[in-house]
Ligand binder design. Structure first.
Ligand SMILES: Nc1ncnc2c1ncn2[C@@H]1O[C@H](COP(=O)(O)OP(=O)(O)O)[C@@H](O)[C@H]1O
Ligand SMILES: [Mg+2]
Length: 356
């Protein structure tokens, strides 16, 4: 196993630059998720690490050795893709053993990895006789035939249905805990990144926006983009104003310790609570989603000057996740309080987090 380091890594396709001077440092045995919206350069970066894509500039090390100009087979990495690329005319056993066979090796790890991946009963089946999750495990079994210095995954769970995705994400995490291999895992799904990785690298447009432990990013996003991207359901954004050390939001007045003036206020869904009387932020309920353990309230803010929806994905201004069951319906007015500890304040011009 090995470390991975890049310095000022650049990729251009013709005149279009898609990776803008990336510095990555991945420790031995670490599970790092590269996460970001579609098109931000995740696959390109992973393919550059694997040697499947030339670098346009910068340096890369795997372990102690410089690798950016080495061909893929000399880098000693294994890659699992979104499409599993199994041979349809070969059994599970033959698919897993294919790599060692073409390399003229014994392939004596086939049984062992089949056991590890719960594939032993299926070794003599063909890919068409397997479920999506089993095919995905075969693709991983193939990657495990070698002891590569780095495992690279490119959205390996995207083709699976929701239930299997949840099961496989736990399996891959458990596998990593046992093998302690170095993993770079690409996904556009921030839930996968949050739940699986030791560390998340959030990318946008070929640049790193923030990196850190999942909950460290969740608790202290550097900017509005990361705040809106990490966390499910997403953070809600409001227009606020700070005067004389207090943040005013509709009927709410909250003491804060930062600069005065206009701010973007981010509130995590669990930061809202029901308020009584005429204090709090007045909203009009759009949709109630009873989840069982919690209730999701999608609502619009009555005072439109406070609405600061970011991105086009949300159908309502805010989403509150309440622990209790509520007696509310579409069109009802309700007042909400905000837990001061769940507030995130950003500069409206730069989008950056305000110092506190
Ligand atoms: N072979 C290529 N030629 C030209 N542009 C490419 C090529 N591969 C990727 N791109 C562009 O590079 C950007 C990043 O793509 P990609 O790495 O696939 O993003 P992601 O995996 O994050 O969705 C996109 O704008 C994409 O259109
Ligand atoms: Mg991709």
């Amino acid at each position: 196993m090995a470390t991975l380091k890049t310095r000022d890594l650049v990729k251009r396709f013709g005149h279009v630059q898609v990776i803008h001077g990336l510095d990555l440092d991945i420790s031995d045995g670490e599970f790092v998720a590269l996460v970001g919206p579609s098109g931000c350069g995740k696959s390109t970066l992973l393919r550059m690490i694997a040697g499947l894509e030339d670098v346009s500039g910068g340096q890369m090390w795997i372990g102690e050795g410089r690798v950016e100009h080495l061909p893929p087979q000399k880098r000693d990495v294994a890659m699992v893709f979104q499409s599993y690329a199994l041979f349809p005319h070969m059994t599970v056993r033959e698919n897993i053993a294919y790599g060692p066979k073409v390399r003229g090796e014994a392939g004596d790890k086939v049984e062992e990895s089949a056991e590890l991946l719960n594939l032993t009963p299926y070794l003599d089946r063909y890919p068409r006789e397997l479920s999506g999750g089993q095919r995905q495990r075969v693709a991983m079994g193939r990657a495990l035939q070698r002891e590569p210095r780095l495992f690279l995954f490119d959205e390996p769970l995207s083709n699976l249905d929701a239930q299997l995705r949840v099961a496989m994400r736990a399996e891959i995490k458990a596998l990593h805990a046992r093998l302690k291999n170095t993993v770079v895992y690409v996904t556009h799904d921030q839930v996968e990144a949050m739940t699986m990785a030791d560390r998340i690298v959030v990318m946008r447009d070929g640049r790193i926006e923030q990196e850190g432990a999942p909950l460290a990013i969740y608790d202290r996003p550097n900017n509005v983009f990361v705040a809106g991207f990490i966390g499910s359901p997403a953070m809600s954004f409001l227009n606020g104003r700070i005067e004389a050390g207090r943040l005013t939001l509709g009927g709410l007045s909250i003491p804060v310790d930062t600069r005065e003036g206009a701010v973007i206020v981010g509130v995590r869904p669990e930061g809202f609570t029901m308020a009584g009387g005429d204090t709090g932020l007045e909203v009009e309920v759009q949709v109630i989603e009873p989840m069982g353990p919690e209730t999701h309230v999608l609502a619009n803010i009555v005072d439109r000057t406070l609405a600061a929806r970011s991105g086009g994905e949300t159908a309502s201004d805010i989403r509150a996740v309440l622990r209790e069951r509520v007696n509310l319906g579409t069109g009802d007015r309700q007042r909400l309080s905000v837990d001061p500890a769940a507030l995130h304040l950003f500069d409206p011009e730069s989008g950056m987090r305000l110092a506190d």
